[in-house]
Design a protein around this ligand. Structure first.
Ligand code: TYD
Ligand code: MG
Length: 460
C-alpha cells in the first residue's frame, strides 16, 4: 500500500513554476527572488490501472457535442455585463484581482445586491458577517436572497454550497481559504491552487457561476492571482489609484468574450458607480489656454475615449535631465523625445520632461504618441493647444506620422464630444464618415512632425 510522504519543493510566486531547490531567479518567468518553500504530500499516486468507476465523461464525437450558446446571467450592471462579454456565463469561474482597498469586495457585494432575484452565497473569509452587513447598508442594499457565510475551510464551503444550490457564489478571498487536502498554510501557492481547483470543479459540476477575489500587492509578496490565470475562465483586474475616485476594471482573460475591455467606476460614499461615458470624466475641466496639455483620442479594448495628456518641460537643474512618465512607458517617451530632437531639431536633451496621463489610466495605445508630442512641444514653447483639438497617430522612428487602427471610431467619438479638429496621419484611409453622420469636425491630415508643428502652432 502506498503511504503518504511529504517533501519540500520550491514554487515561484509569480508564475507557479516548481523546482526541487531554491533559486535566486525563476528559470520559467525570469523574475528574481520569487521562490518560496512549501511542503507537498506525495506517495498517494494512483496507478493508471486505478480507474475511478463512474467518474468523468466518456469520449464523444465532436459532431455530437451540444454547441448551443452558453446561458448568460445579466448582473443588472451594464459595465460589468459588457466586460464579461454580455453577462455571467453559467458554470464559469471569474477571478477579480487587484490591490487591497481598490474595491473588489465592494463590487462583488454590489453585484448580488443589484440582482435580488439571484440566490447568492457570499463566502467571506476576510470580514465578519457583521462587517459585510455594514458595507451592504452603506451601499444601500438589504437583500434576503443574499446569504452571508463566514468560513474559510473549502470542504465546508463546497458542502454548504451544494446543499444551498445558489444561483451565484462569491468567495472573498482566495488567499484566506484553505483545504484539508493540502498541508501548507492559507495563502500559499499550493493552497491557492487547490482552492481554485475545488471551486472550478464545483462550478463545472453544478453550473453555478463563481466570482473569486484575489489580492495582488505591489511587490507581489503574496502568492497571487498570477498563478491562477491558467485555471480560471475569466480574469478581471482592478486598476487605478486607490486614493483617487476612479477605478478601472480591465478584462485580461475571457474564455467567453473579448479581452482588453475596460469598465470605469467611480468610488462614491455609496459604493461603486458605473461611469458609462468615460471620455467626459477623463477630461477634467481647466481654464482655457493652459500650455502642456493635449487630448488624445485613444482606444482601450474596443472602446474609444478621449484622455488628457499633460506634460511639463523645464530646464534641467542638474547635469542629467529627468524623464518621468505616469501611465505611459518611459522608454517610449524617450524615443519620442529622440525623434523630436533628431527629426525636427528641437533641443530637448537639456530639458527635464514630465508626462502624466490624466485619470490614473495606464495607456498602451500607440495612437497617444501624437498627443504626447503635442503636449511636450506645447509646454516647451509655452503655447497652448486649442482646447477643441485632439490627436490620434503613431510616430515612427523617422518622424513620420503613421495611421492607427479604427481612426473613424475615434473621430466619431471626438465629434460627439464637441471637438472641432482632429489631427491624424496623412496616410489614413477615411471614407464614409459622412454616411456615419460625422459633422462639425475638421480632420487635419499631417505627414510628419514638422508638418504637425506648422499646422498646430501657426498663428491662429
Ligand atoms: P474594498 O471593497 O474593501 O476593497 P478590497 O476588497 O479591494 O480590498 O474597498 C475599500 C475602499 O473603498 C475603502 O477604502 C473604503 C472605500 N469605500 C467607499 O469609499 N465607499 C463605499 O461605499 C464603500 C463600501 C467603500
Ligand atoms: Mg476586500
Amino acid at each position: 500500500m502506498a503511504t503518504v510522504k511529504t517533501k519540500t519543493v520550491w514554487f515561484c510566486k509569480s508564475c507557479g513554476n516548481e523546482s526541487p531547490k531554491w533559486m535566486g531567479r525563476c528559470p520559467a518567468c525570469g523574475e528574481w527572488n520569487t521562490m518560496v518553500e512549501e511542503t507537498v504530500a506525495t506517495g498517494k499516486k494512483a496507478s493508471v490501472a486505478d480507474r475511478v468507476p463512474g467518474a468523468g465523461q466518456k469520449p464523444m464525437p465532436l459532431s455530437e457535442i451540444d454547441s448551443s450558446v452558453e446561458n448568460r446571467i445579466s448582473l443588472n450592471n451594464d459595465e460589468v455585463d459588457r466586460i464579461l462579454g454580455g453577462g455571467l456565463v453559467e458554470g464559469s469561474l471569474v477571478l477579480i484581482g487587484g490591490e487591497p482597498g481598490i474595491g473588489k469586495s465592494t463590487l462583488s457585494l454590489q453585484i448580488p445586491l443589484n440582482c435580488p432575484n439571484l440566490k447568492t452565497l457570499y463566502v467571506t473569509g476576510e470580514e465578519s458577517a457583521r462587517q459585510v452587513k455594514l458595507r451592504a447598508s452603506r451601499i444601500g442594499g438589504d437583500d434576503a436572497n443574499c446569504l452571508i457565510y463566514s468560513e474559510t475551510l473549502m470542504e465546508n464551503i463546497i458542502a454548504e454550497a451544494k446543499s444551498i444550490k445558489p444561483d451565484l457564489m462569491v468567495v472573498d478571498s482566495v488567499q484566506t481559504m484553505f483545504s484539508q487536502n493540502v498541508e501548507s498554510s492559507p495563502g500559499s501557492v499550493t493552497q491557492i491552487k487547490e482552492t481554485a481547483a475545488m471551486l472550478l470543479r464545483f462550478a463545472k459540476e453544478t453550473g453555478v457561476p463563481v466570482i473569486l477575489i484575489g489580492h495582488i500587492t505591489k511587490e507581489g509578496s503574496i502568492a497571487g492571482p498570477k498563478i491562477l490565470e491558467h485555471i480560471v475562465d475569466v480574469v478581471l483586474q482592478f486598476e487605478g489609484d486607490n486614493r483617487g475616485a476612479y477605478r478601472l476594471l480591465r478584462s485580461i482573460k475571457n474564455r467567453f468574450g473579448s479581452t482588453s475591455e475596460l469598465a470605469v467606476f467611480e468610488m462614491t460614499g455609496k459604493g461603486l458607480r458605473e461611469v458609462s461615458n468615460p471620455s467626459e470624466m477623463l477630461i477634467p475641466m481647466h481654464e482655457e489656454g493652459l500650455s502642456g496639455v493635449a487630448v488624445s483620442a485613444m482606444l482601450d479594448g474596443t472602446r474609444p475615449f478621449l484622455i488628457e495628456v499633460q506634460s511639463l518641460v523645464s530646464t534641467a537643474a542638474y547635469g542629467t535631465p529627468q524623464r518621468s512618465a505616469t501611465g505611459f512607458d518611459v522608454r517610449r517617451l524617450n524615443m519620442l523625445l529622440a525623434v523630436l530632437e533628431k527629426r525636427a531639431g528641437f533641443k530637448l536633451s537639456i530639458k527635464d520632461v514630465f508626462l502624466n496621463m490624466a485619470g490614473g489610466l495606464k495607456v498602451s495605445d500607440p495612437a497617444c504618441d501624437l498627443a504626447v508630442i503635442a503636449a511636450v512641444l506645447s509646454s516647451n514653447f509655452d503655447f497652448a493647444v486649442p482646447s477643441d483639438v485632439c490627436f490620434a497617430g503613431e510616430i515612427g522612428l523617422s518622424g513620420e506620422i503613421r495611421p492607427v487602427a479604427q481612426t473613424d471610431r475615434r473621430i466619431i467619438e471626438a465629434a460627439r464630444l464637441g471637438f472641432k479638429r482632429i489631427f491624424v496621419s496623412s496616410f489614413t484611409a477615411l471614407d464614409g464618415l459622412e454616411e456615419q453622420g460625422v459633422k462639425g469636425i475638421e480632420v487635419v491630415k499631417v505627414a510628419d512632425v514638422p508638418a504637425l508643428c506648422r499646422a498646430l502652432f501657426k498663428a491662429d
